[in-house]
Design a protein. Sequence first.
Length: 176
Amino acid sequence: MPLLLPLALIAVPLIEIALFVVVGGRIGLFATIAVVIVTAVAGAALLRRQGLAAIEEARRAAEAGHMPIGSVIDGLFLFAAGLLLLTPGFLTDAIGFLLFVRPLRRALAAWIWRRLVASGSVHVYAARSGPSPDAPRQRPGGAPVIEGDYVEIEETEAGDINDDEDGADRRRRGGG
Protein backbone atom coordinates (compact mmCIF):
# COMPACT_ATOMS: atom_id res chain seq x y z
CA MET A 1 0.00 0.00 0.00
CA PRO A 2 2.79 2.56 0.72
CA LEU A 3 4.15 2.04 -2.81
CA LEU A 4 0.77 2.70 -4.42
CA LEU A 5 1.13 6.50 -4.65
CA PRO A 6 4.65 6.54 -6.16
CA LEU A 7 3.61 3.80 -8.58
CA ALA A 8 0.53 5.79 -9.63
CA LEU A 9 2.62 8.95 -10.08
CA ILE A 10 4.82 7.04 -12.52
CA ALA A 11 2.20 4.86 -14.23
CA VAL A 12 -0.54 7.43 -14.90
CA PRO A 13 1.60 9.84 -16.97
CA LEU A 14 3.07 6.92 -18.94
CA ILE A 15 -0.42 5.58 -19.70
CA GLU A 16 -1.59 9.08 -20.69
CA ILE A 17 1.36 9.54 -23.07
CA ALA A 18 0.69 6.16 -24.67
CA LEU A 19 -3.01 7.02 -25.08
CA PHE A 20 -2.16 10.40 -26.63
CA VAL A 21 0.13 8.70 -29.15
CA VAL A 22 -2.45 6.02 -30.06
CA VAL A 23 -5.47 8.34 -30.21
CA GLY A 24 -3.52 11.10 -31.92
CA GLY A 25 -2.37 8.63 -34.56
CA ARG A 26 -5.94 7.56 -35.24
CA ILE A 27 -7.84 10.86 -35.19
CA GLY A 28 -5.06 13.41 -35.70
CA LEU A 29 -3.42 16.09 -33.60
CA PHE A 30 -6.08 18.81 -33.76
CA ALA A 31 -8.96 16.40 -33.09
CA THR A 32 -7.06 15.03 -30.08
CA ILE A 33 -6.52 18.55 -28.70
CA ALA A 34 -10.20 19.37 -29.36
CA VAL A 35 -11.31 16.27 -27.42
CA VAL A 36 -9.12 17.26 -24.45
CA ILE A 37 -10.56 20.80 -24.45
CA VAL A 38 -14.17 19.61 -24.82
CA THR A 39 -13.81 17.13 -21.94
CA ALA A 40 -12.39 19.89 -19.71
CA VAL A 41 -15.31 22.22 -20.54
CA ALA A 42 -17.90 19.45 -20.10
CA GLY A 43 -16.28 18.44 -16.81
CA ALA A 44 -16.41 22.02 -15.52
CA ALA A 45 -20.11 22.25 -16.41
CA LEU A 46 -20.88 18.92 -14.72
CA LEU A 47 -18.85 19.91 -11.69
CA ARG A 48 -20.75 23.17 -11.34
CA ARG A 49 -24.15 21.50 -11.63
CA GLN A 50 -23.50 18.51 -9.37
CA GLY A 51 -21.37 20.53 -6.95
CA LEU A 52 -24.19 23.01 -6.40
CA ALA A 53 -26.61 20.11 -5.89
CA ALA A 54 -24.26 18.59 -3.27
CA ILE A 55 -24.00 21.93 -1.47
CA GLU A 56 -27.80 22.31 -1.44
CA GLU A 57 -28.20 18.76 -0.12
CA ALA A 58 -25.68 19.46 2.65
CA ARG A 59 -27.51 22.67 3.57
CA ARG A 60 -30.85 20.85 3.82
CA ALA A 61 -29.32 18.10 5.96
CA ALA A 62 -27.69 20.63 8.28
CA GLU A 63 -30.95 22.58 8.63
CA ALA A 64 -32.72 19.33 9.54
CA GLY A 65 -30.14 18.77 12.28
CA HIS A 66 -28.37 15.89 10.53
CA MET A 67 -24.70 15.56 9.76
CA PRO A 68 -24.28 16.05 5.97
CA ILE A 69 -21.70 13.26 5.69
CA GLY A 70 -22.99 11.90 2.37
CA SER A 71 -22.99 15.36 0.82
CA VAL A 72 -19.47 16.05 2.06
CA ILE A 73 -18.23 12.77 0.60
CA ASP A 74 -20.01 13.58 -2.67
CA GLY A 75 -18.34 16.97 -2.65
CA LEU A 76 -14.90 15.43 -2.16
CA PHE A 77 -15.42 12.98 -5.01
CA LEU A 78 -16.76 15.76 -7.24
CA PHE A 79 -13.70 17.85 -6.43
CA ALA A 80 -11.48 14.91 -7.41
CA ALA A 81 -13.53 14.44 -10.60
CA GLY A 82 -13.05 18.11 -11.48
CA LEU A 83 -9.30 17.88 -10.95
CA LEU A 84 -9.10 14.75 -13.07
CA LEU A 85 -11.10 16.33 -15.90
CA LEU A 86 -8.97 19.46 -15.89
CA THR A 87 -5.85 17.31 -16.13
CA PRO A 88 -5.17 16.65 -19.83
CA GLY A 89 -5.45 12.97 -20.63
CA PHE A 90 -7.86 10.26 -21.62
CA LEU A 91 -7.41 7.99 -18.59
CA THR A 92 -7.90 10.84 -16.11
CA ASP A 93 -10.93 12.04 -18.10
CA ALA A 94 -12.48 8.58 -18.01
CA ILE A 95 -11.96 8.27 -14.25
CA GLY A 96 -13.23 11.83 -13.74
CA PHE A 97 -16.41 11.19 -15.71
CA LEU A 98 -17.00 7.94 -13.79
CA LEU A 99 -16.84 9.90 -10.52
CA PHE A 100 -19.79 12.01 -11.71
CA VAL A 101 -22.01 8.90 -11.62
CA ARG A 102 -23.59 9.04 -8.17
CA PRO A 103 -24.10 5.27 -7.64
CA LEU A 104 -20.45 4.69 -8.52
CA ARG A 105 -19.37 7.45 -6.10
CA ARG A 106 -21.44 5.91 -3.32
CA ALA A 107 -20.12 2.39 -4.04
CA LEU A 108 -16.53 3.67 -4.09
CA ALA A 109 -17.08 5.59 -0.84
CA ALA A 110 -18.54 2.47 0.82
CA TRP A 111 -15.61 0.37 -0.40
CA ILE A 112 -13.06 2.90 0.89
CA TRP A 113 -14.90 3.12 4.21
CA ARG A 114 -14.92 -0.67 4.64
CA ARG A 115 -11.20 -0.81 3.86
CA LEU A 116 -10.43 1.95 6.39
CA VAL A 117 -12.49 0.31 9.12
CA ALA A 118 -11.02 -3.14 8.39
CA SER A 119 -7.48 -1.76 8.57
CA GLY A 120 -8.16 -0.20 11.96
CA SER A 121 -7.34 3.28 10.66
CA VAL A 122 -10.76 4.65 11.56
CA HIS A 123 -12.68 4.49 14.81
CA VAL A 124 -16.16 5.93 14.99
CA TYR A 125 -17.88 6.91 18.19
CA ALA A 126 -21.32 8.44 18.07
CA ALA A 127 -23.20 9.79 21.02
CA ARG A 128 -25.96 12.32 21.35
CA SER A 129 -26.11 14.05 24.65
CA GLY A 130 -28.01 17.03 25.86
CA PRO A 131 -31.31 18.45 24.72
CA SER A 132 -32.43 18.69 21.12
CA PRO A 133 -31.47 21.87 19.26
CA ASP A 134 -35.09 23.07 19.41
CA ALA A 135 -35.43 22.72 23.20
CA PRO A 136 -35.08 25.89 25.30
CA ARG A 137 -31.66 26.16 26.90
CA GLN A 138 -31.46 25.78 30.68
CA ARG A 139 -28.86 26.73 33.26
CA PRO A 140 -27.59 23.99 35.58
CA GLY A 141 -29.94 25.32 38.28
CA GLY A 142 -32.93 24.89 35.99
CA ALA A 143 -33.62 28.57 35.18
CA PRO A 144 -33.95 29.38 31.48
CA VAL A 145 -31.16 31.26 29.72
CA ILE A 146 -32.25 34.66 28.46
CA GLU A 147 -30.12 36.07 25.68
CA GLY A 148 -29.72 39.78 25.14
CA ASP A 149 -27.37 42.69 24.41
CA TYR A 150 -25.89 45.11 26.89
CA VAL A 151 -24.07 48.44 26.96
CA GLU A 152 -21.42 49.23 29.55
CA ILE A 153 -21.99 52.50 31.41
CA GLU A 154 -19.16 54.06 33.37
CA GLU A 155 -19.66 56.24 36.43
CA THR A 156 -17.54 59.30 37.18
CA GLU A 157 -16.48 60.31 40.68
CA ALA A 158 -19.40 62.76 40.98
CA GLY A 159 -21.88 59.98 40.26
CA ASP A 160 -22.54 61.13 36.70
CA ILE A 161 -22.98 58.51 34.06
CA ASN A 162 -20.94 58.99 30.88
CA ASP A 163 -22.46 58.76 27.42
CA ASP A 164 -22.45 55.31 25.91
CA GLU A 165 -20.95 54.42 22.53
CA ASP A 166 -23.85 55.75 20.43
CA GLY A 167 -23.77 59.14 22.16
CA ALA A 168 -27.08 58.80 24.00
CA ASP A 169 -27.20 60.82 27.23
CA ARG A 170 -27.99 58.93 30.43
CA ARG A 171 -29.68 60.32 33.56
CA ARG A 172 -27.51 61.72 36.33
CA ARG A 173 -27.73 59.83 39.58
CA GLY A 174 -25.89 62.38 41.69
CA GLY A 175 -26.94 65.85 42.72
CA GLY A 176 -26.52 68.78 40.43
